[in-house]
Write a protein that binds this ligand. Structure first.
Ligand code: 4AD
Length: 468
C-alpha cells in the first residue's frame, strides 16, 4: 500500500528518493534515472537504470569504462563494468540502457559512477559513417552540416539547453511583471513593418483560400496593440518570418521574436526600462541555471554589465560615427539608417556594453511610430538596443496614438483602408502606448558570444536553405 500511495507522487524529488529506497529494499525493478539525477549523488547505493548515448568507451584490462549522456545535463555518467560485458556494438554514439548500482567514484572530478551489472545496446552506431569522432573537437561550422545529428554534440546540446532555459526566463519575467501572454497569429494579412519582406501563404488546391492575400507574420506588434487596449501589458513570443535575402551572421528567414506592448507609457524611458529589466532578468536566470553549459562559451555579457541607463540620441550616434577615424562602408549622414558596422562601432565606443539609440529620423521608421513634434529635426520616438557582438538586438517605439496624425500618415502611404481597424483603436479609448521586439536568437548570440545566428536555433532557415 505504501508503494502504491507513493508512486502517485513520484514528481517531487523527496518522494522519488523514498520510492527509490523502497524499490531498492524490495529488490524489484531498478528505478529509471536521468543522468543529471544519477550524477547528483542523491541515490548512492541504489540499483538504477540509465538510458542514453555513449560519449566515450575505453576497455582497460579487466574493466570497461563508458560515458553515457542523455541530454539532461552537460555531464555524462561514468559507467564501470567488467570487460565481460564488452560488446563490439558498444561504440561512440550508440544508444544504451545500463542497469547497475550507483557508487562513490574514486575520481575527484567525477564523484559518482555506475557499476554496471547489465549493458544493453538499444541502437548501434557505425563509427565509420558517424560524422562525429570520439575525442575530436568539432567546430560549430562543421557540425552545422548535420542538422539532424548536431544535437548529439556537447556544444550544440548545451546551446539548446540554454535556449530552453532562456525561453523559460523570458516567460517568467513577463509573468512576474503582470503581462498577459497573447498568441498572435502566424498567418496574417498585414505587413506590419512595411518593408515588403513577406512570405505569401498559398493553398495548392484552392486559389485565394483566405479571399485576401495572406502572409507569414513579420511581427505580432499590431495584434499586440489590439490587446494592449484591453489588458494594458501584453507580450508574445513566437516564430517570425522575413524574406530577407541575406546570408549574414545575424539574419534568418525564420526567427523567434519576443514582443511586448505597454499601455499608458509616457516616454521612451518607460519602454527602455522594460527592455533593460527583461534583458538583465533573463541573463541572470540563464547564468544561474545553466552555469556548466554557459561555461562552454565565451560570454560577451556578464551579470556585472549594465545596459546603458540613459538613451543616446540618434544625433549623438551620428556625431560619434562622423568624428571617428574608422572607415565605414556605408554613409553616416543624418537621415541614413545605422548599419551593422555602425552599431558595432557605437557599442565599442561606449565601452562594449549594451546601449540604447533613440529618436531616429522619422522617415526611417514605419507608419506606426510616434512623431516627435517637439524635436528640431523630424524624428520619431523610436529606440534600438545595440549590444556587443551583434549590433541591433531590440527595436521599439512609442506608437502614434493621435488619430489625426496617424490617419494623415496612412493616407500619405495609401493605406487608410487597409488599416481602418487600426485607426479604430485610436477612435475608441486610445491611450499613449509603446512596445518593442527582441530577436531571441540575437539575444543568445550576444550572451554566449556565438558568431553565427545559425548556431543558436535548432533548424535554421535562410535564403537557399531549408534543410529537413
Ligand atoms: O526592429 P524590428 O524589425 O521590429 C519589429 O518588428 C517591431 N514591430 C517589433 C515591435 O515593436 N513589436 O525587429 C525586432 C528585432 C530586431 O531588433 C532583431 O533583433 C530581430 O527582431 N530581427 C531578426 N532576427 C533574426 N533574423 C532577422 N531576419 C531579423 N529581423 C529582425
Amino acid at each position: 500500500a505504501a508503494v502504491k500511495t507513493l508512486s502517485v507522487a513520484t514528481t517531487t524529488s523527496v518522494s522519488r528518493g523514498i520510492l527509490l529506497s523502497i524499490r531498492h529494499y524490495c529488490k524489484k525493478t531498478p528505478a529509471k534515472l536521468r543522468v543529471s539525477e544519477a550524477v547528483s549523488g542523491a541515490d548512492l547505493g541504489a540499483k538504477v537504470k540509465v538510458q542514453g548515448w555513449v560519449r566515450s568507451v575505453r576497455a582497460q584490462k579487466a574493466n570497461l569504462f563508458l560515458h553515457v549522456n542523455d541530454g539532461s545535463s552537460l555531464l555524462s555518467l561514468q559507467v564501470v563494468a567488467s570487460s565481460e560485458l564488452n560488446d563490439p556494438l558498444l561504440t561512440f554514439g550508440s544508444a544504451v540502457e545500463v542497469t547497475g548500482t550507483l557508487r562513490k567514484s574514486p575520481h575527484q572530478n567525477q564523484p559518482v559512477e555506475l557499476e554496471a551489472q547489465q549493458i544493453h545496446v538499444v541502437g548501434e552506431c557505425n563509427p565509420v559513417d558517424f560524422p562525429f569522432k570520439i575525442k575530436e573537437r568539432h567546430g560549430l561550422e562543421y557540425i552545422r552540416q548535420f542538422p539532424h545529428l548536431r544535437c548529439r554534440t556537447n556544444a550544440f546540446s548545451s546551446l539548446l539547453r540554454i535556449r530552453s532555459e532562456a525561453a523559460t526566463a523570458v516567460h517568467s519575467y513577463f509573468k512576474e511583471n503582470g503581462f498577459v501572454q497573447i498568441h498572435t497569429p502566424v498567418i496574417t494579412s498585414n505587413d506590419c513593418e512595411g518593408a515588403g519582406e513577406l512570405f505569401q501563404v498559398e493553398n495548392e488546391e484552392e486559389e485565394n483560400f483566405f479571399s485576401v492575400p495572406a502572409f507569414l507574420t513579420v511581427s505580432g506588434q499590431l495584434h499586440l496593440e489590439v490587446m494592449s487596449g484591453a489588458f494594458s501589458r501584453v507580450y508574445t513570443f513566437g516564430p517570425t518570418f522575413r524574406a530577407e535575402n541575406s546570408q549574414s551572421r545575424r539574419h534568418l528567414a525564420e526567427f523567434y521574436m519576443v514582443e511586448a506592448e505597454v499601455s499608458f507609457t509616457q516616454s521612451l524611458e518607460d519602454l527602455t526600462k522594460v527592455m533593460e529589466d527583461m534583458f538583465r532578468s533573463a541573463t541572470e536566470h540563464v547564468l544561474a541555471h545553466c552555469a556548466e553549459d554557459v561555461d562552454l562559451f565565451h560570454k560577451h555579457v556578464t551579470p556585472g554589465h549594465r545596459v546603458s541607463p540613459e538613451g543616446r540620441l540618434f544625433n549623438l550616434a551620428i556625431d560619434i560615427l562622423n568624428r571617428s577615424s574608422e572607415k565605414f562602408a556605408f554613409p553616416t549622414d543624418w537621415g541614413c539608417d545605422l548599419q551593422t558596422e555602425h552599431e558595432k562601432y557605437l557599442v565599442k565606443h561606449c565601452g562594449n556594453i549594451p546601449v540604447f539609440v533613440t529618436d531616429y529620423p522619422y522617415d526611417l521608421k514605419p507608419f506606426y511610430a510616434r512623431d516627435n513634434q517637439d524635436h528640431p529635426e523630424h524624428t520619431a520616438a523610436a529606440v534600438d538596443l545595440l549590444v556587443p557582438g551583434v549590433g541591433e538586438l531590440c527595436g521599439g517605439s512609442l506608437r502614434e496614438e493621435r488619430l489625426d496624425l496617424l490617419r494623415a500618415r496612412l493616407e500619405e502611404a495609401g493605406l487608410e483602408d487597409t488599416y481602418s481597424w487600426y485607426l479604430d483603436l485610436r477612435r475608441f479609448g486610445s491611450v499613449p502606448h509603446g512596445g518593442f521586439g527582441l530577436g531571441f536568437e540575437r539575444y543568445l548570440q550576444c550572451i554566449l558570444g556565438v558568431d553565427n545566428i545559425k548556431d543558436v536555433i535548432p533548424f535554421p532557415r535562410f535564403s537557399h536553405s531549408c534543410l529537413l
